[in-house]
Design a protein around this ligand. Structure first.
Ligand code: PLP
Length: 462
C-alpha cells in the first residue's frame, strides 16, 4: 500500500513512512493510493468479534509489510488494553432509532485515545526496529494533547511537545497534559487560539532545516494512522446494528474533520452508510461551506465545546482532494487562496461533498438544552461535544435508518458546562480521581516560531 499527498508534489511513501512523517513535504496530507474494499461477507464476518479482532481485519490492508500479522496483533492488543470498557466502543440507545457510540472509555476519556494509543504502539515498534529517535510536535484544542502525552509518556525513542492555547482548555484537559512526570513529555502553553497553535506546528514542519535537525514527527489528526484507527469503530458499531444487511447513518461532532473523514473511508471501503452528518458548534465554517461552497475563516468564538473551536479544519483538505477527483494541483491552489483569506469550492466538488456529507450547527443554548433533555429522557450525561452531535442528529433522523451519534468525550472532562446544563456533577472515573491533587508542569511560550523552535532544540539536545 502506497500513500500519496493531497497536493500531489511530495514523494509517494509506505505506511510506515507516512505514519512517521505526518505532514507531507509539500504541505499536503497523505492518503492511500487506492482505498481497499471489504466485501459484504467480510463485513458480516466482523459480527461478534472482539474490538481488537475487528480492528485487525479492518486496518490490515493499509499496513502493507510494515508489520507482520503477529506484530500488528500485539500492537493492537497493547493499544486497547488500557480501556476501561470490555467492548472498547459500546453502543447505548437514546431513542427508538437513535444510538450513542461511547468513545470515551480510554485513558484520557476522549475518542482521541483510540488513535493515539495505537499510534504510540506503532511508533514504538517501528522506531525500536530501526534505532531512530523522533520529536513529536502537536497542536491541541485539549483532547489530542492529553491523549498524545498519555500515549507516549515514558517511551524511549520519542520526545513529545504539545502546544495548547493558554486558558482555553478545560482544567481536566490541562491537568491531563501537565501532570505526567516523565521528562520526555512537555506541555507548552501558547498565547493564542488553537488555530495559532496549529499554524505554528505547520510552520515547524515547513521549516525543513529544523524538521530534519530534530527529527520532527506529527501525530495531529493529519496523521493518516490516526484516521485509520478511527475507521474501525464505524465498522464495529454499524455491524452490531445489522450492517452490511442494513444501512446506518452517523452524526459526528466535528472540528478538524478527522473523525468524520474516517467514516467516509469506512463508506468507501464498502460499509453501507446512508448519511454522514457533520455537526459543528457556533464555529460553523464546515456547515457553511457544505451549504454554500464558501470556506472563509472569520475568527474563533470560544464555546463550551472547546475541542471543536476550530476554523481551519485540516482534514477537510482530504475531503477536498477526493471531491476534486484527486487533483493535487487544484487542492494546492485552494490552500494558496486560503492563505489569502478563503476559497470557494467548485460547483462539481460541492456536489460530490454533498453526496457524502450532510451538516448542521448547534449553538450554545441548543447544546445545553441537548445535555438537559438527554439526561431527563435517558439518564445519559453527555459532554457538550456529544450533545452537539445529538442535537444535529435529531434534525437528520429519517425513519428506518438507525442513526449512530458519536459521543466523543466523557462528561467529566467538561464538568462546569455539564453541571450548568443538567444540574448533575459528572464524577471522574476512579482511575483518575486524584487528578486535581497531582502537581503540574507547564512551560509558557510566545506565539512565535523562533521561540518555540529554540525551546524544542534545547530540550531535545540529548
Ligand atoms: C477532537 C474532538 C472533536 C473533533 O474531532 P475532529 O476529528 O477534529 O473533527 C470532537 N469532540 C471532542 C471531544 C474532541 O476531542
Amino acid at each position: 500500500m502506497r500513500y500519496v499527498s493531497t497536493r500531489g508534489q511530495a514523494p509517494v511513501l509506505s505506511f510506515e513512512e507516512a505514519m512517521l512523517t505526518g505532514l507531507a513535504r509539500d504541505g499536503g496530507l497523505y492518503l492511500p493510493e487506492a482505498i481497499p474494499h471489504m466485501a459484504p461477507a467480510e463485513i458480516a464476518a466482523l459480527a461478534g468479534l472482539s474490538y481488537e479482532e475487528a480492528a485487525f481485519r479492518v486496518m490490515r490492508p493499509y499496513i502493507g509489510d510494515a508489520f507482520t500479522d503477529a506484530e500488528f496483533e500485539a500492537i493492537i492488543a497493547r493499544a486497547y488494553a488500557g480501556f476501561t470498557h470490555a467492548a472498547r466502543a459500546p453502543l447505548v440507545q437514546l431513542g427508538p432509532n437513535h444510538h450513542l457510540l461511547e468513545l470515551f472509555h480510554g485513558p484520557t476519556l476522549a475518542f482521541k485515545d483510540f488513535a493515539m494509543q495505537l499510534i504510540g504502539q506503532l511508533f514504538e515498534a517501528a522506531l525500536k526496529r530501526n534505532g531512530k529517535r523522533v520529536c513529536i510536535v502537536g497542536a491541541t484544542s485539549g483532547d489530542t494533547g492529553s491523549a498524545a502525552i498519555e500515549a507516549f509518556r515514558g517511551l524511549e525513542a520519542v520526545d513529545v511537545f504539545i502546544l495548547y492555547p493558554q486558558g482555553r482548555v478545560s482544567e481536566v484537559q490541562r491537568r491531563q497534559m501537565s501532570t505526567p512526570a516523565e521528562d520526555n513529555v512537555h506541555a507548552l502553553a501558547v498565547e493564542g487560539h488553537f488555530d495559532d497553535c496549529q499554524a505554528r506546528v505547520k510552520d515547524m514542519f515547513n521549516d525543513f532545516e529544523f524538521r530534519d535537525a530534530v527529527g520532527l514527527a506529527g501525530v495531529n489528526s493529519i496523521n493518516w494512522a490516526r484516521v485509520l484507527a478511527q475507521v474501525v469503530y464505524y465498522f464495529t458499531s454499524a455491524v452490531s446494528l445489522g450492517a452490511p444487511h442494513r444501512e446506518v447513518s452517523f452524526t459526528v461532532p466535528t472540528g478538524n474533520f478527522g473523525d468524520i473523514f474516517a467514516g467516509y473511508i469506512a463508506k468507501r471501503m464498502g460499509l453501507p452508510i446512508a448519511r454522514l452528518v457533520v455537526a459543528t458548534n457556533q464555529n460553523d465554517i464546515l456547515h457553511r461551506c457544505l451549504s454554500n461552497a464558501e470556506y472563509r475563516p472569520d475568527g474563533v468564538i470560544p464555546s463550551i465545546s472547546p475541542s471543536m473551536d476550530i476554523q481551519v479544519s485540516s482534514n477537510f483538505e482530504r475531503a477536498l482532494f477526493e471531491a476534486y477527483g484527486r487533483d493535487g494541483s487544484a487542492v494546492a491552489q485552494l490552500m494558496e487562496e486560503l492563505k489569502a483569506g478563503g476559497f470557494t469550492v467548485s460547483q462539481g466538488a460541492l456536489q460530490t461533498l454533498q453526496e457524502n456529507f450532510d451538516s448542521g450547527r448547534c449553538d450554545e443554548n441548543q447544546t445545553r438544552a441537548a445535555i438537559r433533555r438527554t439526561w431527563d429522557t435517558t439518564g445519559e450525561l453527555l459532554c457538550p461535544h456529544s450533545a452537539i452531535g445529538v442535537h444535529v442528529a435529531e434534525e437528520h433522523m429519517v425513519p428506518v435508518v438507525p442513526m449512530i451519534t458519536l459521543a466523543t468525550a466523557h462528561p467529566a472532562k467538561f464538568p462546569a458546562a455539564v453541571e450548568e446544563a443538567s444540574g448533575q456533577h459528572p464524577p471522574l472515573p476512579s482511575h483518575m480521581a486524584d487528578l486535581y491533587e497531582r502537581s503540574e508542569r507547564i512551560t509558557e511560550v510566545e506565539n512565535d516560531l523562533g521561540a518555540i523552535e529554540t525551546l524544542i532544540k534545547e530540550r531535545t539536545a540529548h
